[in-house]
Each structure stands twice: as C-alpha cells, then as structure tokens.
Design a protein around this ligand. Structure first.
Ligand code: DAH
Length: 341
C-alpha cells in the first residue's frame, strides 16, 4: 500500500468518525489546513526525482480532490442530519391547521357613525368638524343658556385650568361655529364628535360619548323639512317604513323643540324589554333653530330659518344590536368588540 493510499484511508476513516462541527473542523485543520497532511503530501513533489514527479503529482492531486470532496459530502451529511434531528425534536406537524392571524374590526360606534355620515351625505349634508375643547360662551351662552340657567345643570362637564374653557358637553356649539363660517350662505351640515359630561358612569351614561348634530339654515326651511329629513334617515338607518313620533320637548337653542321616537325595531311596537314595553324608542332631540341662536350665528331671523337635531351614536348602536350597557363600548373587551364582524 502506498503512502498516499494509506493517507486517504486514514483521512476517510477519521472523517467518518467526525460527528459534529467541532470534530469536522479539527479534521479539516489536520488534513486540509495550511500545514495539514494533504498539502504536505503535495509539497513532496518538489523533493522527488524528476522522473517520479508526474506519476506522484497525478496521484497526489487525485487524493487531494477525493479528500476535499469527501469533506464537503460529510459536512452536508452532518448538516442534513442535524436539521432532521432539529425538526424531529420540534415536532412540526405540517398537517396541523395553521394559526389564524387576528384580524382587526371596526369599532361598532365607528360603523354607526359611518352609516350616519353616508345617510346624510346622500341627502346633501356635509360633515363639519368643530372643536372638542370649547368656551363657556359657545357651549352655553350663545346657545341661549346664560350663566345660572337651570338647563346647565344637566350638562356639568370637565373644566380646564383656563377659566371658562371646558370640554364640550354636546356638539351644539358647532352650530354657532358653522353659522359664523358659512354666513350668509345656506347651511346643510352634520357635526359629529366627542362630548364629555361629568357624571356618574352607569349602564346608560358614559363620561365620554359621541353625538352627531345636524343643522340646516336657509330662507324657507320649515318643520316639514326637518320631519322629511328625519323620516328618510330613520328609514335608511332602521329599515323602511319606520314610524316616527315627535313629542314636545324643550331645549334652550330650539323653538319649538321635540324629541323623536321610532317604533321599536325589536318588537315592531308591540312592547318588549328594549322599548320598556312602550313600543317606542327615543333616537334624538330636534327643533327649529331659536331666533336668538340664528342671530348669534350671524343670520337675520326675519330672513332665515333653520332646523337642528342631535343624536347619540352609542344609543343608536345599542338599539340596533339590543346592547343593554353603554360601558361595553369603551372598556376594550375583545370578547365584546369581536362580535361586530
Ligand atoms: N344638544 C342636545 C343635548 O346634548 C341635543 C340636541 C337637542 C341637539 C336638540 C339639537 C337639538 O341640535 O335641536 O342634549
């Protein structure tokens, strides 16, 4: 057996015994490294008598090639084996069903708001965004609630450290802002947004809630226009052929004022838990804009009239889905929110 055959057999045997990367590296240094046995065998060419060089050279190059290939194969085999072992250990079962990614959903109040926008949008109303932080003047005084007016009692709120600057208690101050912006043009807007009231949080009231205000001002606007608009809205929002009931009410900024009910969408008017066995559900407050309010907005009440309304999207959402506690909306319980596909 020649020295080269001997070397090859030894190299292959040791390579076969190498079981991990560390052993493989030790082997590589010993045989293929710069000072390894294979380069040493190659270097021997130089010290051979010239007539032996060709045959030896061929043999040693052959050896080098074989050993190098064996190394690459062994490296691959060890890598495959360790991957297979890892996969087996992790126990991946590719036949298991995948994990569904969590898909976000629109908040039920956002849905209601969008439905409201779409309905009034089709009737030619624009969205007017007014501010959340208001002054006492806009929130109350210009709407006919002078300081000390008893109607203020229902709308206690959060005050800032700046005197007479507060979080608005309703979207109605936006009426004045819209009028002052649009004057002397006719107006048809809805004013959605957050409102705050400083009151005890219960199943029926939150400290923060939304309202959508409506306002139309023009030269010949009547209560009949208000009724037609609200009827069209109720039909779209709650189903065609809704019955509306206007009950006399009072708001300082409208005259006359009314509260509007629809026939109960759950029982159709027969009486159930949702309508408290009355057959009716209250959905909003409304009225003809008070002459003083028109004047405060810059419109001459002898030439212009207008109507306004204000509704609570939380309440409308509760009615649509027979939800009995307003606190669900803002307590971020996924089990509640994910029911609204
Ligand atoms: N601002 C009233 C409230 O928060 C709701 C309201 C009633 C708005 C009648 C109106 C309206 O525009 O005409 O209680």
């Amino acid at each position: 057996m020649t020295d080269l055959t001997q070397l090859q057999l030894q190299a292959e045997a040791e390579l076969g015994a190498a079981q991990d990367d560390a052993a493989l590296e030790t082997w590589r240094i010993k045989y293929l490294g710069r000072k390894g046995l294979v380069p040493a065998a190659v270097a021997k060419i130089a010290v051979l008598p010239p007539q032996e060089r060709a045959a030896y050279g061929q043999a040693v190059n052959q050896l080098k090639q074989t050993v190098q290939n064996a190394f690459i194969d062994r490296q691959q085999a060890l890598h495959d084996a360790s991957l297979a072992a890892e996969l087996a250990a992790e126990g991946i079962d590719v036949t298991l069903p995948g994990r569904r990614p969590q898909v976000g959903r629109m908040h039920p109040i956002s849905r209601t708001l969008r439905d409201i926008y779409a309905s009034f949008g089709r009737m030619g109303f624009q969205i007017y965004t007014a501010r959340d932080v208001e002054t006492d003047e806009y929130n109350f005084q210009l709407l006919n609630f002078p300081k000390g007016h008893p109607a203020r009692e229902m709308q206690d709120t959060f005050h800032t450290t700046v005197e007479d600057v507060l979080l608005r208690t309703h979207t109605s101050p936006g009426q004045i802002r819209a009028m002052r912006d649009y004057h002397p043009e006719p107006i048809r807007v809805i004013l959605p947004g957050k409102c705050h009231r400083y009151e005890q949080v219960t199943a029926r009231s939150e400290m923060m809630f939304y309202q959508v205000e409506g306002l139309a001002v023009g030269r010949a606007i009547t209560f009949a226009d208000l009724k037609g608009t609200l009827q069209a809205f109720a039909d779209e929002m709650f189903g065609q052929g809704r019955k509306l009931r206007f009950r006399c009410s009072h708001f300082p900024f409208t005259e006359p004022s009314a509260e509007v009910d629809i026939d109960c969408i759950i029982c159709g008017g027969g009486g159930c838990r949702v309508c408290k066995y009355t057959g009716w559900l209250e959905i909003l407050g409304c009225g003809m804009v008070h002459p003083t309010v028109l004047r405060n907005g810059g419109y001459d009440p002898d030439l212009y009239t207008g109507y306004a309304f204000g509704m609570g999207p939380e309440r409308i959402t509760m009615l649509r889905h027979a939800i009995d506690d307003i606190r669900y909306f803002y307590s971020n319980d996924i089990r509640f929110l994910e029911q609204f596909a």
